[in-house]
Design a protein around this ligand. Sequence first.
Ligand code: ZN
Length: 288
Amino acid sequence: MRISLLAVLLCSLAAAAPERVLIIDGQNNHEWQVTTPLLKKALENTKLFRVDVATSPAKGADMTAFHPDLKQYAVIVSNYSDYGGGGVWSTALQKDCEAYVNNGGGFVTVHAADNAFPQCKEFNLMIGVGGWQGRTEKDGPMLRWRDGKIVRDMTPGKGGHHGRRHEDAATTHVKNHPIKKGLPDAWLHTEDELYDALRSPAENVTVLATAFADKATGGTGEHEPALMTIAYGKGRVFHTILCHHALAMQCVGFITTFQRGTEWAATGKVTQKAPADFPSPTQVSLRK
Ligand code: ZN
């Protein structure tokens, strides 16, 4: 009896073992020193994850020795960008990351992390679309929601832009996806940079939600991809364009989709319930 009870206890403990997450930061033209602890806390608050952080050498320092052991983790969250002359990951780390995701590892890219590494073909396949750092039509199409569907827009021009910071409404297009299940179809996100005109290979991308980049706030006048999933080999990638700064990380819409997107990237499932304080289509909801 005692042994079987112990076995049950051990089984339940094993079932509850948290997924291991690695956040990579260290360089970014955004305040990664402020946002990484908030990302870590958001994940730890779910009790589903055990989170480590790998911080690269500072901009300008030798990157050769920076090589976290990715295979220990169920999912990698990138809060890293080489925008503005920062360090590109070593070829060995890039190859390792490609193999890791290709073999079924999860990858999450947050806001400016999609500015990184325009010259790395596999990284761009992994993130679907990216911005800045010389990206143009040579890198691939923009993705736009027009007339009820996503279209590939090959209009020449720079990849990556945003208007003035403002509140924007995210609209769901893939309602039955585990990341979006049970959440309102539209919700108002707090004041943030709304990326537009991102472009890269845009292959195997599912656009879960778009946000309208109003010309009135300096945007493109297009419904731009805001939340995406990308299939890369056997791996799952979750791409959120949201969250320029700490304020945007208080948005329950960001927190929830980030927590769910990370769980999905790690396991292919989402076990988290929709929170009671999720924003409505017209009302922002913040956790301070
Ligand atoms: Zn930004």
